[in-house]
Design a binder for this molecule. Structure first.
Ligand SMILES: [Zn+2]
Ligand SMILES: [Zn+2]
Ligand SMILES: [Zn+2]
Length: 104
């Protein structure tokens, strides 16, 4: 079972910061190899700065669907709007925060 760290409010990866029905994605952070629902969760729980995924690492499985716990690659995640396994839709406003997680 994949563990989601930080101040989560349910088992699907919603947190104290983002908890709409669409906020089901967690991101594995390269710096600590842990899944957090968002960068705020990471920064409240860790004392080190975020290390972003580099573009040549986007084939890593670092994105977790909180509904079915399917892990997908960063490349895959960026091209889809719903989970390929359970079809749960993602919050497409996460796109505005890509630069916090990925070196794009
Ligand atoms: Zn970290
Ligand atoms: Zn959060
Ligand atoms: Zn899913």
């Amino acid at each position: 079972m994949v563990n989601i760290y930080g101040p989560t409010v349910d088992s699907e990866g919603r947190c104290t910061h983002y908890q709409t029905p669409l906020d089901i994605i967690s991101i594995k952070f390269k710096c600590c190899d842990k899944y957090y629902p968002c960068y705020k969760c990471h920064n409240e729980s860790e004392s080190h700065p975020i290390k972003r995924w580099e573009s040549d690492e986007f084939n890593q499985r670092a994105i977790l669907c909180g509904v079915c716990k399917h892990e997908m690659t960063i490349n895959e995640y960026m091209m889809i709007e719903a989970c390929p396994e359970c079809n749960a839709h993602f919050n497409n406003r996460c796109k505005y925060h890509y630069h916090l997680y990925f070196a794009i």
